[in-house]
Design a protein around this ligand. Structure first.
Ligand SMILES: Nc1nc2c(ncn2[C@@H]2O[C@H](COP(=O)(O)OP(=O)(O)OP(=O)(O)O)[C@@H](O)[C@H]2O)c(=O)[nH]1
Ligand SMILES: [Mg+2]
Length: 515
């Protein structure tokens, strides 16, 4: 064997080129009988999930607190029966010489579209009207001018079924909410409250429920600070919708503090649990690929296409995915990979909202490669991808973030051919791959390159190992290494395996057979 092991031949550090590939998704059906068809890929992953579900904290009872609920519900005022909403997209009026950095690469019209999509994502909430309003600044306590308020009142009078107003800005100050509600006599929401409501509706597991509970605290704290005492009593008496209820001002602060302490403790326990999971699980030996991007860009669809997992359900909804989940896939070279599906990002919400998901996002932070999915059919995709990159930097996704990124420009089936050509010319293509997870366009080339990236990023190498046919070495290789190809020697006595391995795996092989 020593002799044959000397035949180890280092081929390349970027892996072999791949042949026909993979998988099926919602729309794209893989080529039949492909030699890379996925088989039996779910078992190890199921084991991972089963272990992960063992996190034994009783989150339901932890979150149960009637006093807190009464007081927080009165601030959020998010009724189960939904609302008919007047959506208002303010934008900085350039004639007043103010510059709004948030509107770089976008337009107020596109922002309004996204604001409407947020409302439509909530079950039982409907858009009953929408309005673009230029304002000189977002900071004034009387956010809108007298004329603009009159315009809103007019719409509310004419469209009787409107029961709420959504002002699509990051977060409104308590004073701004009060002033508007006193004028309009309906509840007024900002992006923070709407996104929290979407999170609440979509949170299914105890991990996401816990993180959503944490995400709402900064908002409540701001409201508690911002509601002047006299006025909050008036609100409580019902002079406008809402109010802070019967919980006294001192008690409110205590309730928030107690809850924060409780949640922080639980989040620490969740973090430790996931850390343990990462270090003890088999998954640590697989390359880990985090799939990240703007909400609705097609992250879940991409994973579904790469893993053939029927249980994954892409949805035309913002924040359809709230839980960080792992899904096993097989690269064309037979290397197993774990794809991590993640919560999407959106502009104009406080980073704190996404930060509260860090406990589960840490899994993605430890990834070898980050696939950044763009929805290139969205006219706003430049702004969206910049926002994702900035958020990843803020979330401290590692110093070598840029090197880890692999960009997938998705939904090309939705754009015209000439536009696609123009796009391809304007974007450097060495690290961006244009695909449609729906019809499979570009998927093979993308996967080829993704494989190279993963192999390089994880320090794996492609090598040939010649061993005695039918011997223990052969059995061991077949069991433990991703085998790319097998060649039987002319004499049939020896077989050459092309494998993709880490240095640690080769060391184990040497330890077992080259003592
Ligand atoms: N036309 C077209 N639609 C696509 C494509 N990829 C995804 N979609 C659709 O886009 C919508 C969003 O897809 P998802 O995969 O759920 O997107 P996501 O990024 O996981 O979204 P969140 O989890 O909500 O952040 C779904 O309706 C998909 O069917 C594509 O290549 N072409
Ligand atoms: Mg998703």
């Amino acid at each position: 064997m020593i002799k044959t092991f000397q035949h180890l031949l280092r081929l390349s550090s970027t892996g072999p080129s791949c042949g026909k590939v993979l998988s099926s998704c919602g729309g794209w059906v893989p080529p039949k009988n492909t030699r890379y068809a996925l088989q039996g890929t779910s078992t190890n992953f199921e084991a991972v999930r089963a272990y992960s579900d063992k996190w034994d904290l009783d989150v339901e009872s932890l979150l149960k607190d009637e006093e807190y609920e009464e007081f927080s519900e009165r601030i959020f005022r998010l009724p189960q029966h939904g609302h008919n909403v007047l959506v208002i997209q303010p934008f900085i009026d350039y004639q007043t010489n103010w510059k709004d950095p948030n509107l770089k690469n976008t337009t107020p019209e596109l922002q309004l579209e996204e604001a409407e999509a947020l409302i439509k994502t909530l079950s039982r909430w409907k858009v009953s009207g929408s309005l673009l309003l230029g304002v000189p600044s977002y900071n004034r306590s009387n956010f809108f001018s007298y004329g603009q308020i009159e315009r809103m009142k007019d719409i509310l009078n004419k469209t009787k079924n409107i029961s709420a107003v959504f002002v699509s800005v990051n977060i409104l100050k308590a004073r701004q909410i009060i002033n508007l509600e006193l004028e309009l006599d309906v509840p007024v929401y900002d992006r923070y409250t709407i996104v929290i409501q979407i999170f609440k509706q979509h949170a299914k597991t105890k991990e996401s429920k816990l993180q959503v509970a944490m995400a709402e605290l900064p908002y409540l704290r701001q409201c508690v600070k911002g509601f002047p005492l006299g006025l909050s009593d008036r609100l409580a008496l019902g002079s406008v919708v809402g109010g802070l209820g019967r919980v006294s001002p001192e008690k409110r602060k205590d309730l928030l503090q107690e809850r924060e302490l409780k949640l922080k403790k639980a989040i620490i326990s969740l973090r430790k649990h996931r850390e343990r999971l990462r270090s003890t699980q088999k998954i640590s030996s697989y390359p880990i690929v985090a799939v990240m991007g703007y909400t609705n860009a097609g992250k879940t669809s991409l994973i579904k296409a790469l893993t053939s997992k029927d249980s994954l359900q892409p949805k035309n909804q913002l924040f359809a995915t709230l839980d960080v989940t792992k899904h096993e896939g097989l690269l064309p070279c037979k290397l197993k990979v774990l794809y991590i599906d993640t919560v999407g990002f959106i502009t104009n919400i406080p980073t704190k909202l996404i930060e509260s998901f860090t406990a589960t996002l840490e899994d993605a932070m430890c990834s070898d490669v980050i696939i950044h999915v763009w929805d290139v059919s969205n006219p706003d995709f430049v702004l969206q991808q910049e926002h994702v990159m900035n958020t990843l930097k803020k979330l401290q996704f590692g110093e070598n973030l840029e090197q880890k990124i692999f960009t997938v420009a998705n939904k090309i089936d939705r754009i015209a051919e000439d536009k696609l050509l123009e796009l391809k010319r304007s974007i450097p293509q060495n690290n961006t791959f244009f695909v449609s997870t729906k019809n499979g366009q570009g998927m093979e080339e993308m996967l080829d390159n993704l494989q190279k990236k993963i192999i390089a990023a994880t320090g794996r190498i492609c090598m040939k190992i010649k061993v005695k046919t039918g011997g223990n070495e052969e059995l061991w290789i077949r069991k433990n290494f991703p085998v790319v190809s097998i060649e039987l020697g002319n004499d049939s006595e020896h077989t050459t395996f092309t494998v993709i391995v880490t240095k640690a795996q080769i060391d184990t092989f040497k330890y077992n057979f080259l003592k």
